[in-house]
Design a protein around this ligand. Structure first.
Ligand SMILES: [Zn+2]
Length: 403
């Protein structure tokens, strides 16, 4: 992995602070084109910031949507590596480097009461505290998604659906509050700056985070943490393949509840899933795909993207979601009209752009008729209705570039 100086204006090859050179991969095309930064986590670790911060910074500066689900850091639109590297430099300048001594070993510290926060860079090298531009859009994001101070001796989990997100509001550090918190354990007198010691990155699309943003129901950190943990377990629990198609299975009950509560908030839905004891199960997605939406699914899907990003954690979950949507579209009384209108393509496009569906997975889905969720004839029709999207994906593939 090519390493560069964190301060790229410093040419000294013995400069202590290194980070991986930012890489990009442009995927898709047209409206769905997006730029993935595959090594964002490694870069962020070198900067001792959560990977969501620089990604969000790119989004703010470029006026582009970002997606930070499942350890993939994406900026919508096609951007060059050079441009993103320049933006990373300015992120480092504004949110990492100490303006006094230009050292990158700093920590972002938030002080003040909710609504009146202040933020500064606390420098480990010279001890000075320097503010940040509080009017930068990224500041609002950081205040909503602060780095949680790590407890002593606790090893950080890397990426994924961390249960570490601080959902209870901004973490406020009093001056001196970090005394005795073991902050110097990794203060790296040699080589890279304190890698990840000063806090576990909060991942942008943690379930807590998603729900915290759209609804404060999960404001209780313990509760949210528990949901997050359960959701993170996904298929490890086994039992997913047991026969639970009965009318009183928790899945059927969830389906019925969704049918009656299509306008429930994301947080209510997650609570319901949790109460039902099926958090993390892929079959939850079958119910959601089938029962949360109506014939207007192509329009409704956008509002549920954060929920789906949080719930779809594996290929199996993707399969479940599409299975449910297949049922929705195939079993609707207006099925033929819906499919003729290309509804499947529109829905798949929205899910793909939000990085909920993988390219390989969805291609494979498109070419494999299955009678698992609906009969074969219907299954074929649903896939036919996805033609426009699948064709687009094939063409996009030819133009995709990688650096
Ligand atoms: Zn300093």
């Amino acid at each position: 992995m090519a390493m560069v100086n964190i301060r790229r204006d410093v040419e000294d090859k013995f400069y202590r602070y290194k980070m991986p050179l930012l890489q990009i991969k442009v995927e898709g095309r047209g409206n769905g084109i997006k730029t993935v930064v595959p090594n964002m986590e490694d870069i962020a670790r070198a900067l001792n910031r959560p990977p969501t911060y620089p990604t969000k910074y790119f989004g703010c500066e470029l006026g582009a949507q970002t997606s930070m689900a499942n350890d993939r850091y994406i900026v919508n639109g096609a951007h060059t590596a050079d441009r993103l590297r320049e933006l990373l430099d300015s992120f480092i300048e504004q949110f990492v480097l100490c303006p006094s001594c230009k050292n990158p070993e700093t920590e972002l510290v938030i002080t003040g009461k909710s609504g009146h926060e202040d933020m500064h860079r606390d420098c480990k090298a010279c001890g000075r505290q320097n503010g940040v531009n509080m009017r930068h859009k990224l500041v609002a994001y950081i205040l909503k998604n602060p780095v949680k101070k790590k407890e002593k001796g606790k090893k950080g989990k890397k990426g994924g659906m961390t249960a570490e997100a601080n959902v209870g509001g901004p973490m406020v550090f009093e001056k001196g509050a970090e005394d005795g918190s073991g902050e110097d354990e990794d203060a790296s007198p040699s080589g890279t700056p304190a890698p990840g010691d000063q806090g576990v990155p909060t991942t942008g699309t943690d379930i807590d985070d998603v729900l915290g943003r759209s609804d404060p129901v999960l404001g209780n950190p313990d509760e949210a943490e528990e949901v997050s943990k359960k959701l993170a377990k996904t298929d490890l629990n086994g039992g997913d393949d047991e026969d639970d198609e009965d009318a009183d299975s928790p899945y059927a009950l969830l389906g019925g509840w969704l049918e009656d509560n299509k306008d429930a908030s994301d947080a209510d839905i997650v609570n319901k899933i949790k109460e039902s004891g099926i958090a993390g199960k892929y079959k939850v997605l079958v119910e959601i795909g089938h029962h949360l939406f109506t014939d207007e699914v192509a329009k409704e899907i956008d509002a549920r993207i954060p929920l789906l990003q949080a719930l779809v954690t594996s290929e199996k979950h993707q399969k479940g979601l599409l299975g449910g949507l297949e049922r929705l579209l195939a079993l609707s009384p207006n099925s033929d009209a819906l499919l003729a209108a290309g509804t499947t393509s529109k829905v798949l496009m929205a899910l793909y752009q939000a990085d909920i569906l993988d390219e390989e997975f969805v291609k494979n889905w498109g070419t494999h008729v299955s009678k698992k969720y609906v009969d074969k004839e219907k299954s074929k029709k649903v896939r036919k209705s996805a033609d426009a999207f699948l064709k687009w994906l094939d063409e996009a593939d030819d133009e995709s570039e990688s650096e």
